[in-house]
Design a binder for this molecule. Structure first.
Ligand SMILES: *[C@@H]1O[C@H](CO)[C@@H](O)[C@H](O)[C@H]1NC(C)=O
Ligand SMILES: *[C@@H]1O[C@H](CO)[C@@H](O)[C@H](O)[C@H]1NC(C)=O
Ligand SMILES: *[C@@H]1O[C@H](CO)[C@@H](O)[C@H](O)[C@H]1NC(C)=O
Ligand SMILES: *[C@@H]1O[C@H](CO)[C@@H](O)[C@H](O)[C@H]1NC(C)=O
Length: 405
């Protein structure tokens, strides 16, 4: 079956839009790390985090670019009524947070933590509303490098927005480099897309969630991709729309589906936080997560997030693209087969990329590109105007196209 890719004209105005990003010098490209939430939820401890940090280095994930080790909810016991400070759970973290921070830093990695914008966190621990300054100072004392602020149990949306603003200012006031991740999905939903995070967050956050919590299944992955496809224009150096923690390797999907997941998160410029138990991941999972040429697209120095540029009439084939470093017109492209059967797809890059404001004035009569397969790490020769691939079910082909003068 060959989907009619050439019929729906959907013009993508991919350009390096200047967003006024939070001016803290961080997240020039999407942050990369690991988060405790997807696999461990509240079942976290000092021992686990030490093992994760050790594995980040020994597995090669750190070398591939994954830096942050992020604790999610459930690290605290509460707020000290006398000092007003957040107190770590002494059973889970007997050595305290400064010691944990030091351990992570000693491995050449960075330390991330979690707070929430209401009176209580999602799991019912002490919230940060009204305590932004002292919490920022406490985190700075622990040498925290990354902060996720969640948004549960907060009914007043204007107030919740205010907590993010106050925390953003408080973090800047510590003069400590703390990447600020705004977990705004619940806020977004209740605001019914008014004042969507991608409209206000770039000036306040380095990262903001744009849709609901990820689940380790294929329909949910498609749902997130569909919501992300046309809002990534807000991303750029200093601010990145967050499609949520990766589920790659958690066991609910096939390797092909995880390859699609990882390719799209890289192409669309989402933060890349691993959510699996990296201590016992399969070789196939490790190979996905350390695909250097795919990760290079995520971390490309042009720092322009990708967008969807084409959907077939039946919706089963989509093309996503972004400009990457190289001669004018150099592009990373994900050809995404959403169907449960293999498809032979012809990508008309002459029209879909080069006649659509992608990079540079249209050139005629023909465009020749060098094609490199980023998963296979293999040059596929040159192509004129179009290029064809057979793509397995729920899988992708990810290529770099470099125009030849
Ligand atoms: C807090 O929010 C979480 C997540 O939405 C919810 O499950 C929990 O019931 C809420 N707690 C209270 C006390 O409302
Ligand atoms: C890793 O270990 C956990 C706990 O024993 C298990 O549930 C999970 O299936 C394992 N994952 C893999 C990929 O082996
Ligand atoms: C895929 O389609 C292209 C263009 O029609 C064709 O040249 C190629 O032979 C097809 N490949 C397969 C394996 O069917
Ligand atoms: C490439 O497309 C251009 C513009 O439609 C056309 O003039 C040219 O003949 C095409 N070349 C090939 C090899 O298909």
């Amino acid at each position: 079956m060959r989907p009619a890719l050439a019929i729906i004209a959907c013009v993508a105005a991919l350009s390096a839009t200047t967003v006024s990003a939070l001016n803290n010098g961080l997240a020039k490209t999407p942050p990369m790390g690991w988060s405790s939430w997807n696999t461990f939820e509240c079942d976290i401890s000092e021992t686990l985090i030490h093992q994760i940090a050790d594995t980040m280095v020994s597995s090669g994930l750190a070398k591939a670019g994954f830096q942050y080790i992020n604790l999610d909810d459930c690290w605290m016991s509460g707020r000290d009524p006398t000092t007003g400070r957040l107190v770590p759970d002494a059973t889970k973290f007997p050595s305290g947070m400064s010691a944990l921070s030091e351990y992570i830093h000693s491995k050449g990695l960075k330390f991330g933590m979690y707070v929430s914008a209401g009176d209580i966190t999602c799991m019912g621990f002490a919230g940060t509303k009204g305590h932004e300054q002292i919490d920022a100072e406490t985190l700075a004392e622990w040498n925290v490098d990354y902060l996720k602020m969640d948004c549960c149990n907060q009914t007043d949306l204007v107030e919740a927005h205010g907590v993010y603003v106050a925390m953003s200012d408080a973090l800047l006031s510590t003069r400590h480099d703390i990447l600020f991740s705004c977990d705004t999905d619940e806020l977004l939903m209740r605001m019914n897309n008014h004042e969507a995070p991608w409209d206000w967050a770039p000036g306040r956050c380095n990262v903001a969630r744009i849709w609901l919590d990820i689940k380790d299944n294929w329909p949910n992955l498609m749902d997130i991709v569909d919501h992300a496809s046309n809002v990534m224009y807000a991303s750029g150096p200093g601010y990145w729309n967050d499609l949520d923690i990766l589920t790659v390797g958690m066991g609910g999907q096939t390797d092909a589906q995880y390859r699609s997941h990882f390719s799209l998160w890289c192409l669309l410029g989402s933060p890349l936080l691993l959510g699996n138990d990296i201590r016992n991941m399969t070789l196939a999972t490790l190979n996905i997560l350390t695909a250097t040429e795919v990760i290079a697209v995520s971390q490309d120095p042009l720092a322009i997030a990708g967008e969807r540029i084409r959907t077939s009439i039946d919706g089963t084939m989509q093309v996503f693209a972004r400009p990457v470093e190289g001669p004018p017109g150099t592009a990373a492209v994900v050809l995404f087969n959403r169907a449960a059967v293999a498809q032979n797809v012809t990508f008309d890059f002459y029209n879909d990329l080069y006649q659509n404001n992608f990079c540079c004035p249209p050139r005629t009569p023909a465009i020749t590109v060098a094609v490199r397969d980023l998963w296979q790490r293999q040059d596929l020769g040159t192509a004129v105007n179009t290029t064809s691939f057979v793509i397995p079910a729920h899988d992708v082909v990810m290529v770099k196209l470099t125009p030849i003068a």
